[in-house]
Ligand binder design. Structure first.
Ligand code: PMP
Length: 385
């Protein structure tokens, strides 16, 4: 009989902790509860409200009785709407509980123990842990500011092994905002065309938050379409992070395997949220452009303000993050972040959380007043070093 009473997590959780972003946000919230005035520039969600017509669609769906289980892969009308915009068949689209579950489904459906997933650092914090949870190995390639935080074809070529299953791309990137141009995508695709066993996940969740032209990977390289999985959703573009709707667009056998995973884990995602997402995708799109104008002016203010404060800050091409360098006087990025939070009351995330120490990530998806106050506090804190 097993007499062991102490809780032991499964081995697959070794080294996997609560996301550093969540930890910082929780610490900021705790300080606030204690009455400390904290400006949190740490979380990745738009401050704009979900559009009213989207909320109304959810309301109407609930009143009309759309409150039951949906098909595992999503409601036919939302799948068809997404498929129509992507120019693929409805069967090639699957709706999940956020882009996050799309990625988890993909890794669980495809990785055997030891299979490798190539990703460029800095990367969104969850990527490497998700791969590990699914039994895979994250192959992290450092792509620093000198290469605009982007993977080069030579780096990709060198990293591919017989065990490589996926190349995971994220454009526009969280945390750097980097966008791969069409030419850069074609150069990567050229490498992939020599390695037919390597498939591509293109996480395009920030697609509609691009300040320069954006090319979806599958569109740049139709020849590779039978091994590209595109990840997208409504969270960022339509300010719908809490509704938890994302989708996968990919080859049929992969979508079927991912649907099998989802069918055993969550089943179809929330019926009412899918109705809301349908309204977002098929409704007026003008607000995306309006919000982009607003975000661009915030971006410019942040970049200028941080550079003026002495934090070297490149201009991001997309998303709503800036990724400046940590001041040289500070021994490490986590220490600088702690100093900013405790001494200046500003929460930002250390680059270490994204696989790139020596940097910080600040979100500018906040109102102008918070951003201005945040900049004043950061400037003073850097001066005081
Ligand atoms: N991919 C990236 C790059 C992200 O930044 C995020 C959210 N932070 C996601 C996926 C997950 O999005 P969702 O909220 O739709 O699960």
């Amino acid at each position: 009989m097993n007499t062991h009473t102490e809780f032991q997590p499964a081995g697959r959780l070794n080294g996997i902790a609560l996301s550093e972003i969540v930890q910082i946000s929780e610490r900021a919230a705790e300080l606030r509860r204690q009455g400390v005035d904290v400006i949190a520039l740490s979380t990745g969600e738009p401050d704009f409200p979900t559009p009213a017509h989207v909320v109304e669609a959810a309301h109407q769906a609930a009143l009309a009785g759309q409150t039951r289980y949906t098909a595992t892969a999503g409601t036919p009308n939302l799948r068809a709407a997404v498929a129509g915009q992507a120019g693929v068949g409805t069967e090639q689209v699957m709706i999940s509980t956020g882009a996050k579950q799309v990625l988890a489904n993909a890794f669980l459906a495809t990785l055997n123990p030891g299979d490798e997933v190539i990703m460029a650092a800095p990367f969104w914090t969850s990527y490497a842990d998700m791969v590990r949870l699914a039994g895979g190995v994250a192959v992290v390639l450092t792509c620093d500011a000198a290469q605009a935080f982007k993977l080069t074809p030579a780096q990709l070529e060198q990293a591919i092994t017989p065990r490589t299953r996926w190349l995971l791309l994220n454009s526009p990137s969280n945390p750097t905002g980097a966008i791969y141009s069409e030419a850069e995508l074609l150069a990567l695709a050229d490498v992939l065309s020599r390695h037919p066993h390597v498939w591509v996940i293109s996480d395009e969740i920030y697609q509609h938050l691009s300040y320069v032209p954006f090319t979806p990977f599958a569109q740049a390289m139709p020849k590779l379409a039978d091994r590209v999985l595109t990840v997208n959703g409504v969270s960022k573009a339509f300010s719908m992070t809490g509704w938890r709707i994302g989708w996968a667009i990919g080859p049929l056998p992969l979508i079927k395997a991912m649907t099998a995973v989802q069918g055993q884990v969550t089943s179809g995602t929330c019926s009412v949220a899918q109705a809301a997402a349908l309204a977002a995708v098929t409704g007026p799109q003008g607000l995306l452009a309006d919000r982009l104008v607003e975000l661009r002016s915030r971006r410019d203010m942040m970049v200028d303000g941080l550079n003026a404060a002495g934090l070297e800050c490149p201009v991001p091409d997309g998303a709503f993050y800036v990724f400046p360098k940590c001041p040289e006087k500070m021994p490490s990025d986590p220490e600088f972040c702690r100093y900013l939070l405790d001494k200046a009351g500003v929460a930002v995330v250390p680059g270490r959380a994204f696989g790139m120490p020596g940097h910080l990530r600040l979100s500018f998806a906040y109102g102008l007043e918070s951003l201005q106050q945040g900049l004043v506090r950061i400037t003073r804190a850097v001066e005081a070093l």
